[in-house]
Ligand binder design. Sequence first.
Ligand SMILES: [Zn+2]
Ligand SMILES: [Zn+2]
Length: 171
Amino acid sequence: MSRFGDGLRIIPRTAWFFAVTIYLVLATLLFEFAIPTDPELGKWPRWGQFLFVYGLFLLLAGFILLVGYVHADAKRRGMRYVMWTLLALFIPDCIGIILYFILRDPMPKACPGCATLVKSGFTFCPHCGTSLQPTCPHCGRAVDPAWTHCPQCGTPMPLSTAHPASGRVIG
Ligand SMILES: [Zn+2]
Ligand SMILES: [Zn+2]
């Protein structure tokens, strides 16, 4: 499945329900009853009215689905999903949704020890204590595999955590 398909799959059913219902009911009501009586739009050809109304409500339905996506995606990333759903919904011009895609946390990773989803950036699994990232043997802080020395205490890294094939030319 593509990432887009994956995104569609996590949108909650409630969001689909609202999007489809609002789209079909409101667009049809408007098209059948309101538009023909409008002094301006009533003069348009019927197919033009159709495109206008159903196109407009397609945007609205898409917006509802996007808010649903933000809700589900923020939840699975362990973020404050209620806050993000409200921001996505109420900041005008979709700015809340755009902000969400810029600021969202990376996806949590499965712990190799107990398979629990753990927030990325953690050094140890909070559930079983498995080491998720190489650490300094002296001070225990997380280190990057490419570093040769700990940035906190200066201890040289053992060869197992250093990256011999990082391709860097020294000197
Ligand atoms: Zn674990
Ligand atoms: Zn250290």
